[in-house]
Write a protein that binds this ligand. Sequence first.
Ligand SMILES: C/C(=C\CNc1ncnc2c1ncn2[C@@H]1O[C@H](COP(=O)(O)O)[C@@H](O)[C@H]1O)CO
Length: 222
Amino acid sequence: MRIQSEFIRGFSALAELGPAISVFGSARVATDDPAYQVGVDVGRALVEEGFAVVTGGGPGAMEAANKGAREAGGVSVGLGIELPFETGLNPYVTTGMNFRYFFVRKTVFVKYTQGAVVLPGGVGTLDEMFEALTLVQTQKVNHYPIVLVGADFWEPLRGWMRETLLSRGMIAAADVERLRIVDGADEALAFIREAHAAALEADPEDVAKVRAQQLNDQEATS
Ligand SMILES: C/C(=C\CNc1ncnc2c1ncn2[C@@H]1O[C@H](COP(=O)(O)O)[C@@H](O)[C@H]1O)CO
């Protein structure tokens, strides 16, 4: 029951959200780390393109993306998580909620966004990135671009995926290509823009359908 109500709360909280992009990334990046500024730039660029920004609402790269989004005057969402060492939502979140369950939160991330920008991070970031990739690989989610920012950080991972996973037949070549690696906010945004336009062209009613589904969810829960 607790799990069910958390799904309902999550769906209700974001039911009115328009086009949005998830931003995943390390909770531990300091504000003076160059990676923090990349997060700020990503948040700002997404808002200027018309997207809401959805992060884990915590510190580090999440805070950076929320900061960029908020300073650009956009919708800055934080899907926080209750942890033994509570950090709370960062001050740049304009729409927030806290989850008890990681798996509910991950569902909300993918359900209410049209793609993901992944900044360098640790196991939490990898978990979120591979969750999204699994859903795309299995076609549970379509037209969901995943862009990894920071070639020096991400290329070794993609190399391992090619040299170990692909060469042993555990993934397909297309799966490796599903992860686009770029440097900087401008390149990330260019990919998201291109992928979003392609999604709309492939299915012009896509955004309208997502919106209608969100409104249905809201009605079902109210
Ligand atoms: C460890 C620290 C803070 C933890 N607080 C978090 N708050 C919100 N979301 C979090 C937190 N920690 C992890 N996440 C989620 O995972 C990703 C980051 O994990 P990583 O292991 O740091 O890469 C992130 O996208 C969040 O969704 C420090 O004080």
